[in-house]
Design a binder for this molecule. Structure first.
Ligand code: TXA
Ligand code: MG
Length: 329
């Protein structure tokens, strides 16, 4: 099978809907990363996702719906703060976990009692979800453990020959996966950090917890325990306060004949004149947006990526550091 890439438009959406309705999978853009989708109620199709990605069978999937979809068809919304969160952050990079009504197939939720739901804001993705008008479960469209794709070409590089079509909606603006928020209890709790931050959620609903596993304790969001996001080359991670060690490491690696690249924020670049760089931008949003793109560019041209960490774990930096540690440590 030769995988085809089509611009996401009315025609390609029609083809995608046909594939979905014949128990097949389709890769599509969202504002965070590209997803590999299947109809959430179709266990044959959902099994294909796990097979194609080589995804562990105990890591549940997110159901994606369009903005006018009635979530109560799928889940019990039990907390008052949900309406406020929905109003403030959807459509957008926020995934909310609720008690499931058991409509989606058990393969999609790995037999669990909860369902993660997300309403993406990417226009092409909204059009696709409107056209199918059913929940589409979709993990990131990469092989399990590899860096998540933020362009159609990234998807192609991982999945060529394994899927029929990729809908191309340009480079994802968000760049890291959605915030996963447990909305089953009195206080919402972040299970995976992302662009909708603890600080933003607190502004809207007063309080927001961060799951212990994000501070390396109990695992509530199963995906977080697996090795993830790794580029194919070697990697290393240094603190922003350790520029001297970065330069030493770079020179040592180059001395061994290895192609070393330093991955850092633009404001650090004057420390590394004349060296190979993968520049991430300046603001937290730019850095999130470029992180996977630069890791995937780096794996093509570097033997080792020497990454420089964010100065703290506040706001979007929490999500960036969660990915950087997994991909670069
Ligand atoms: O931005 C995103 O969320 C992207 C795009 C495609 O929408 N999707 C994505 O899916 O990142 P995936 O499968 O790569 O990550 C889903 C995360 C995993 O950490 C998984 O454990 C968690 O969401 N998750 C899914 N269902 C859950 C549930 N019922 N309870 C707790 N965590 C859940
Ligand atoms: Mg993923």
């Amino acid at each position: 099978m030769q995988t085809k890439i089509y611009q996401i438009d009315e025609n390609s959406i029609k083809s995608a809907v046909k594939l979905f309705l014949s128990s097949d999978v389709v890769a599509f853009p969202t504002e965070t990363v590209y997803g590999l989708g299947a109809v959430a109620t179709d266990s044959t199709a959902v099994k294909k996702i796990y097979e194609i990605k080589g995804r562990p069978a105990d890591n549940p999937l997110i159901a994606h719906v369009h903005k006018d979809y009635d979530l109560t068809k799928l889940v019990y919304i039990e907390q008052d703060y949900v309406e406020k969160l929905k109003k403030a952050f959807t459509p957008g990079p926020l995934t909310m976990v609720f008690r499931s009504k058991g409509v989606v197939c058990s393969e999609a939720v790995c037999g669990g009692q909860t369902l993660a739901v997300r309403i993406p804001s990417h226009t092409g993705c909204q059009n696709l979800l409107k056209a199918i008008d059913m929940p589409i479960v979709a993990p990131s469209a990469n092989l399990s453990k590899h860096t998540s794709p933020v362009t159609a070409e990234h998807v192609y590089n991982d999945l060529n020959g394994k899927i029929q079509i990729i809908l191309d909606g340009g480079k994802c603006s968000g760049g890291i996966e959605s915030t996963v928020l447990d909305c089953t209890e009195k206080t919402p709790r972040i299970l995976r950090a992302g662009l909708i931050t603890k600080e933003m959620i607190e502004q809207v609903v007063g309080s927001c917890e961060i799951a212990k596993h994000l501070e390396s304790d109990k695992v509530r969001s199963p995906g977080v325990k697996y090795k993830h996001y790794r580029p194919k080359c070697q990697t290393a991670l240094y603190a922003e306060t350790d520029i001297e060690s970065v330069i030493k490491r770079y020179e040592a690696e180059q001395g061994l004949g290895k192609r070393a690249y330093i991955m850092c924020a633009d404001y650090l670049k004057e420390n590394f004149n004349g060296k190979n760089l993968l520049l991430l931008g300046n603001s937290q949003e730019q850095i999130a947006s470029n992180l996977y793109d630069k890791l995937l560019e780096g794996e093509k041209k570097a033997d080792i990526i020497i990454a420089i960490a964010m100065p703290d774990e506040k706001n979007v930096n929490l999500g960036i550091m969660n990915r950087m540690r997994k991909s670069c440590e």
